[in-house]
Design a protein around this ligand. Structure first.
Ligand code: SF4
Ligand code: SF4
Length: 454
């Protein structure tokens, strides 16, 4: 039987209808949670500084109690590996639930839709307004919607900048009317993207621009969760017949079209699995409501797997070895990172041999090399460090006194190392620099450098 799709769903703009239900509640919950985190985190302070901030100027990252230095890029690599594996695992298990519930594009589109609905009314009113010629009412409503969207977009842009520059300072500067050119550029750039992608392009991004939508098909299999229409139960569809004989031959779908009307991408899930489906489950809510009114069992459209649908069984997500392998890899990398973080020393040292000054002979006949020792202190207190240099033939190191580094800062020192030419041959020799916290000698880091014997 031919599917009846209202004419507005084949136009380019989608006017999704509001629905209530479990999935809608989850969506609202995820919008609130993700936005609370995104907008709230830059305002949170931890140990005297912003809880989450990546400061490119000082090459430091703050993550609650952790201070990350350029040498800690390995943790960024580890986090990216965990994120990639997590995405593979999640997509394999739950299909596009990420898209429907927590993808920024979906979340921002939902917020823009709320703003639009608030100013311009329900779908029919919005459709009428769009079709109407420009007049005072249309100008007022459209400019109000766009102003609200722009304000929200600007707020997202400023918040993004607040992850890289102190948020409270940024807000104070903004109120005082002076914001730096780089900050303004990034805030406006991100705001522009939010406004364009979520305010205007919306589902077109999911349908035509998102690369994730394209490659995730490769991760799907028969046991992946997806939103599906049970055609065995639903077909042949059509309005309920009064006569018992025809009613018995009819499927449960009454062809009301509600599942299409609530869909944010404007598709008809009854046409089968489609890459445009973002797995938001709103059609499930709409159809469940219809089934309740008809006193029929819920789940004509439901979250299930192809295998479970064919077998009439419950979905079994973890039965695939691939899922267990992904989970084991994620657990391994996570544990390795946590152990490494737990053992990490709160300071780092870089040793650079002074290339401008060649090895020179000292008055007592030894050969001296000069090094720049750069110490990074990640603690919120100033620390003193002791430096010891060991290696074959090494006889002296200067300076001998503790090296003072300010709180949460770094300092470079020129250190000379003298070696006995009677012990070492000509050439390059390994020496070990060991740095100890003067107050906590068990905290130490070592770096190797080369000593030149001319
Ligand atoms: S909401 Fe349910 S009953 Fe209505 S058209 Fe969709 S599948 Fe059929
Ligand atoms: S078909 Fe259903 S689950 Fe898929 S995007 Fe539309 S409303 Fe969401």
């Amino acid at each position: 039987m031919a599917t009846t799709i209202p004419i507005h769903f084949v136009s380019s703009k989608v006017y999704p209808r509001l629905t209530g239900g479990r999935f809608n509640n989850w969506r609202i919950g995820f919008v609130l949670l993700t936005q609370l985190l995104y907008f709230g985190l830059p305002w949170l302070n931890w140990n005297g500084h912003q809880a989450v901030r990546f400061d490119f100027a000082s090459m430091r990252g703050y993550l609650f109690g952790l201070t990350l230095l350029p040498q800690d890029l390995v943790y960024l690599a580890g986090s990216l590996i965990i994120a990639a594996l997590g995405l593979f695992l999640w997509t394999m298990l739950a299909g596009r639930l990420w898209c429907g519930f927590s993808c920024p594009q979906t979340v921002y589109s939902q917020i823009m839709l709320w703003l639009e609905r608030w100013v311009e009314g329900p779908p029919n009113a919005r459709r009428k307004l769009d079709a109407a010629p420009w007049g005072v009412e249309k100008v007022l409503k459209k400019s109000s919607t766009q102003s609200l969207m722009l304000l929200f977009s600007l707020w997202t842009g400023l918040t993004l900048v607040g992850y890289f520059t102190p948020m409270r300072q940024l807000a104070a500067n903004l109120l005082a009317g002076h914001i730096g050119p780089w900050e303004a550029m990034f805030a406006l750039g991100y705001a522009g993207f939010t406004w364009l992608l979520a305010g205007h392009l919306r589902e077109q991004v999911c349908k035509h621009m998102c690369p994730y939508a394209r490659f995730q098909g490769a991760m799907f299999d028969d046991h992946t969760l997806l939103v599906a229409y049970d055609s065995t139960r639903g077909e042949p569809r059509g309005a309920r017949r009064k006569d018992a004989a025809n009613a018995a031959a009819q499927g449960d779908c009454v062809d009301c079209g509600l599942c299409v009307q609530v869909c944010p991408t404007g598709i008809d899930i009854r046409a089968g699995l489609q890459y445009e489906c973002i797995g938001c489950g709103l059609c499930v809510d709409a159809c469940d409501e219809v089934m309740d009114k008809l006193a029929a069992p819920r789940g004509l459209i439901r979250l299930t797997t192809q295998h479970a649908m064919q077998q009439g069984s419950r979905p079994r997500l973890w039965q695939r070895p691939r899922a267990l392998v992904y989970a084991a890899l994620i657990a391994t990398v996570t544990i390795a990172m946590l152990v490494s973080l737990a053992l990490r020393q709160p300071f780092r040292v870089d040793i650079l041999r002074d290339r401008a000054v060649m090895a020179r002979e000292t008055p007592d006949g030894n050969i001296e090399n000069a090094y720049t020792v750069r110490i990074f202190n990640t603690l919120p207190q100033a620390r003193q460090y002791r430096l010891a240099v060991s290696g074959e033939g090494v006889v002296a190191t200067a300076p001998a006194e503790p090296l003072l580094v300010p709180a949460d800062g770094e300092r470079s020192f020129i250190v000379t190392v003298a070696a006995d030419p009677n012990v070492l041959e000509r050439g390059s020799h390994a020496v070990q620099f060991t740095l100890q916290d003067a107050a906590n000698p068990q905290q130490r880091v070592s770096e190797e450098a080369r000593l030149l014997m001319p």
